[in-house]
Design a protein around this ligand. Structure first.
Ligand SMILES: [Zn+2]
Length: 90
């Protein structure tokens, strides 16, 4: 079973990743540390990551990818602080 889980490394990078449900740790993409699974990431009352709501999961994923793309674009154009402005207006 594939799930979306949050991982955090000892340098404080948080990474969201599709993993097998048995996976407990990944390599942090931002550094070379091992990032371990964050337990119980409660993001909304509707658990879109469970797979019980396929439509909601797809919608959530699409919105999330769009948000990330907007943040990347803002950072490219205006520097790291711009990501916060995008996150606030989302
Ligand atoms: Zn890291």
């Amino acid at each position: 079973m594939r799930l979306i889980r949050d991982f955090t490394c000892s340098n404080g990078h948080t990474t969201e990743k599709f993993i097998d449900s048995t996976c407990e740790a990944i390599d942090c993409p931002d550094c070379d540390e091992t990032a371990s699974k964050i337990i119980s990431p409660v993001k909304s009352c509707l658990n879109v990551t469970s797979g019980d709501f396929p439509g909601a999961t797809a919608k959530w994923l699409r919105g999330r990818e769009k948000g990330i793309e907007r943040e990347r674009k803002a950072v490219r154009n205006n520097g790291p602080d711009a990501a916060w402005d995008v996150a606030r207006t989302r």
